[in-house]
Design a protein around this ligand. Structure first.
Ligand SMILES: NC(=O)c1ccc[n+]([C@@H]2O[C@H](COP(=O)([O-])OP(=O)(O)OC[C@H]3O[C@@H](n4cnc5c(N)ncnc54)[C@H](OP(=O)(O)O)[C@@H]3O)[C@@H](O)[C@H]2O)c1
Length: 275
């Protein structure tokens, strides 16, 4: 019997993350050990889904703002399995208002951008050749919401992680002074955090050509997060489609790209888009 594929999904306890886990269990061919990470570290309720004998589902504790928990999980998976094949960074948060506190702004950047990047960096050393990383981003990170000067900075072909950090720091300083929108940034911190995720995805893909590293928008999906903006048109199952395709589906050798549907209401399985 072939050795099992090792997969980790963050934010697996609810919303799109839980639907991603259910789809992986149903669609993955061959043996699979799936780590379902959540802040509480509890078993994920998969709504009575029957688990095939070749699949093991294991709960894991992970908080994106706690580097020790990120390191501990990558160390555990590395020592138990000597590698990881699939990492889906799905966990995220959205304060759906312009006037958030400095602490809420910092939390948004720490979870969506810094936390996602920290998980990538902790797992990169144990990702097996041909492994896939999927960063669940958002159409909110599209550069059409940013001033052309910032667009050019995000899209610089040789942008480094240090330069990206500096850009995020510049945003934070301006936003804390209530001067970000006048400087060409979008009004909501969530947008800046997801643009940074997309840029980090491109950089990590460039630096790790042995892996397929992509990001995506799942669409507008009926979850706690998605329902803040009104009644979402998509189910969690439809929202899981693009992330699952990027993790186990046919995407050729595409890496470092942003995947989405033409409309956030579409339940298609995504295509490469400019962001
Ligand atoms: N829903 C949409 O319409 C939509 C659209 C575009 C993009 N997205 C993206 O899709 C992803 C999933 O969103 P969702 O709609 O499924 O949201 P959700 O139902 O609110 O779930 C968010 C998940 O992220 C986890 N999380 C939040 N902060 C965390 C932290 N500090 N450490 C670890 N886990 C943390 C939550 O865990 P707890 O239960 O412990 O809080 C939860 O599992 C997010 O990245 C979101 O930005 C969603």
């Amino acid at each position: 019997m072939s050795s099992p594929r090792i997969a980790l999904v963050t934010g697996a306890n609810r919303g799109i993350g839980r639907a991603i886990c259910a789809a992986l269990i149903q669609q993955c061919t061959g043996p699979l050990i799936l780590y379902t990470a959540s802040r509480a570290g509890a078993s994920v309720d998969l709504n009575g889904l029957s688990i095939p004998p070749a699949v093991q589902v294991r709960p894991a504790q992970l908080s994106l703002t706690d580097q020790a928990s990120i390191t501990a999980l990558s160390t555990m998976i590395g020592s138990e399995h000597q590698g990881c094949d699939i990492l889906i960074n799905n966990a995220g948060l959205y304060y759906f208002q312009e006037n958030i506190t400095t602490a809420q702004r910092q939390e948004t950047l720490d979870v969506n951008y810094r936390g996602t990047l920290n998980v990538c960096q902790a797992f990169l050393p144990i990702m097996r050749k041909g492994g896939r990383i999927v960063n669940v981003s958002s159409q909110s990170g599209q550069l059409k919401y940013f001033h052309p000067r910032l667009r050019a900075q995000f899209l610089k072909p040789d942008l480094t992680l240090d330069e990206l950090d500096a850009l995020v720091s510049e945003y934070t300083r301006l936003a804390n002074q209530k001067a970000a929108t006048a400087s060409g940034w979008p009004p909501l911190t969530y947008f800046a955090s997801k643009a940074a995720v997309n840029a980090a995805t491109r950089i990590l893909a460039r630096e790790n050509p042995h892996l397929l590293i992509n990001c995506c928008c799942p669409g507008w999906v009926g979850t706690t997060l998605g329902a803040q903006a009104g009644p979402p048109p998509k189910s969690v199952e439809a929202g899981a489609k693009i992330p699952v395709r990027l993790a186990i589906g046919n995407i050729g050798r595409v890496s470092g790209r942003y995947w989405a549907n033409d409309s956030v209401a579409s339940a298609a399985d995504g295509k490469v888009q400019e962001w």
